[in-house]
Design a protein around this ligand. Structure first.
Ligand SMILES: Cc1ncc(C[n+]2csc(CCOP(=O)(O)OP(=O)(O)O)c2C)c(N)n1
Length: 558
């Protein structure tokens, strides 16, 4: 059947099973919006394109599906950029669609023209400028394939408005064949055997689990490998939830704000089994002092990640889940009794704790949220101290429940991501743990939450400052607090929430924390809880930048 480009786009999205698009209109996407008017695809109108990109990302993380966002040319497209970069850094499957000025005007400095394929080349897995209506259906098919296979990531399709109006026959390809793009899933059997032998012979093994294990839906296989063989497990920020927090083999997060026992364990281990993790600098600290006694097995779908920063002894390129299924059959349990005893000693000596007095301590709020949600909520975060406290004190026990900006560290990510997650998982309890700085970066999405009746709970850890930067200034810049105070200029978050039709609750006493959380959970509207936390609270343990990760500052807590 003949139809115009906008219709072809929508029909192609339907073929890909797309039900939701997060987007914002404008002149160069008018034909697409017209086609959406009576299409069976729901467009969630955010209040800023950055919100649309992060919402698509949160939707993708919560559901495992490809998130889709849509914006007009020029400023609409450039407003997506941070969200695209964010998805790229954390390997999130996303398709971003942008309108472009008419083909014959490209390069002419036309009104609302921006070279978005040029701008996003380094932050997309691939991008396309559609130059011929005959290519459109194939491009959409390829975009979804590239976004969701191998190491996932964002793909951008830039669609000039004249092509949206041209007519062509709609034929959707049923296969994709992209020369040079054939991700490896299986893993080399010889390497898997070598890994099994190394594990069986190790005395101090440790699993180091990253976001790749979540993306590959490999939590069950991770549990099997750990539990059947008595191997302790540490996770990255994005790996949290891959292994249950409460299990005796769980060591929590490692790295700059990781637990002392995770960091000591990795430094003393003789075998690191890295699963979908990339030895990020926040994890390794000083590279040449990292895990000096350890051999490294690295399972990763992206060959470019292997031996990028840490030399790997046994690389296995492929999908974590597929490889673990194979590996789990081959490993004979090593004797880790003495090793686990040593780790238990570290756990006893350096437990995760916090000050507990009559002040509102952020860690206490997280413990109360954990109790009220039985540790089963989807927890999104912004970026800063509150994000690290969440990683330390919320007992993540299921995959896809920790949604946070890991690689890019984007303030303003959490609230729109929570909106996306809530749309993808309507029955789940979804929180955004926010700082008073970060929440102001995409606060306009309150309208999106209210209009779509999304009961997202936003817990603002209000310390009247940009806490994480203030912490660095306190510890490393002689308390010269240069421009990190927000005191007195933040809005009244309760009134602000109410002005959008949401619910606002202010908490200024410790005794009010629990009832505020309970009230928020009983409310089927979006709720802002403005927790006035102790402003001088810092995140500990902390590894100062550039130090070995066992050189932690404990802040007097250990
Ligand atoms: C978009 C963006 N701008 C700047 C930063 C640098 N930065 C990291 S944490 C932080 C402070 C965050 O403050 P807030 O949201 O109030 O959280 P808190 O640390 O107080 O918990 C800043 C400015 C960033 N990560 N992202």
């Amino acid at each position: 059947m003949k139809m115009n480009g906008a219709k072809i786009l929508i029909e192609s999205l339907k073929k890909e099973g797309v039900e939701i698009i997060f987007g914002y209109p404008g002149g160069q996407v008018l034909p697409i919006f017209d086609a959406l008017y009576d299409a069976p695809i729901k467009l969630i109108l955010t209040r800023h394109e950055q919100g649309a990109a992060h919402a698509a990302d949160g939707y993708a993380r919560a559901t495992g599906k490809v998130g889709v966002c849509l914006a007009t040319s020029g400023p609409g497209a450039t407003n997506l950029v941070t969200g695209i970069a964010n998805a790229y850094m954390d390997s999130i499957p996303m398709v971003a669609i942008t309108g472009q000025v008419k083909s014959f005007l490209i390069g002419n400095d036309a009104f609302q023209e921006a070279d978005i394929t040029g701008i996003t080349r380094p932050i997309t897995k691939h991008n396309y400028l559609v130059e011929d209506i005959g290519d459109l259906a194939r491009i959409v098919k390829e975009a979804f394939h590239i976004a969701s296979t191998g190491r996932p990531g964002p793909v951008l399709i830039d669609l000039p408005s004249d092509i949206q109006l041209q007519e062509a026959e709609f034929v959707y390809p049923d296969k994709v064949d992209i020369r040079g793009y054939k991700p490896t899933y299986e893993g080399h059997p010889g390497q898997i055997k070598r890994a099994a032998k190394a594990i069986s012979e190790s005395k101090r093994p440790i699993l180091y689990v990253g976001g790749g294990a979540i993306i590959s839906d490999a939590s069950e296989e991770v549990r099997e490998l750990a539990i059947n063989n008595n191997i302790p497990v540490t996770m990255t920020l994005l790996g949290l939830g891959a292994f249950p927090h409460g299990h005796k083999l769980a060591l929590g997060m490692l790295g700059m704000h990781g637990t002392a026992y995770a960091n000591h364990s990795i430094m003393e281990s003789d075998l690191i089994i890295a699963l979908g993790a990339r030895f990020d600098d926040r994890v390794t600290g000083k590279l040449d002092e990292f895990a000096p006694h350890a051999k490294v097995i690295h399972v990763d779908i992206d060959p470019a990640s292997v031996s990028k920063s840490v030399d790997v002894d046994i690389p296995i390129v492929g999908d974590v889940k597929t490889i673990l299924k194979h590996l789990n059959k081959l490993v004979k349990p090593p004797d880790t009794k003495d090793w686990l005893k040593k780790i238990d000693d570290w756990k006893a000596k350096h437990p995760m704790k916090h000050k507990d007095d009559d002040k509102i301590r952020p860690q206490y709020i997280l413990e109360e949220i954990a109790k009220a949600t039985k540790g089963e909520a989807i927890i999104c975060t912004e970026v800063g101290q509150h994000q690290m406290w969440t990683a330390q004190f919320y007992p993540f026990s299921k995959p896809r429940t920790m949604i946070s900006s890991g690689g890019l560290g984007t303030m303003g990510y959490g609230f729109p991501a929570a909106i996306g997650a809530q749309i993808g998982k309507p029955k789940a309890t979804v929180f955004d743990i926010a700082g008073d700085g970060s929440i102001q970066m995409n606060i306009q999405e309150l309208a999106t939450a209210v209009i779509n009746k999304l009961p997202v709970k936003v817990a603002i850890f209000n310390n009247c400052c940009l806490g994480m930067v203030r912490q660095w200034q306190e510890l490393f810049y002689k308390k010269r607090y240069s421009h990190t105070s927000l005191g007195g200029v933040s809005p009244d978050f309760v009134k602000l929430a109410e002005s959008y039709g949401a619910v606002g609750i202010r908490v200024t006493k410790k005794s009010e924390v629990r009832s505020a959380i309970e009230r928020a959970l009983e409310t089927d509207n979006c709720v802002f809880i403005d927790f006035h936390i102790e402003p001088d609270e810092n995140v500990f343990p902390m590894v100062p930048a550039g130090q070995a990760i066992n050189k932690m500052i404990s802040g007097g807590l250990a």
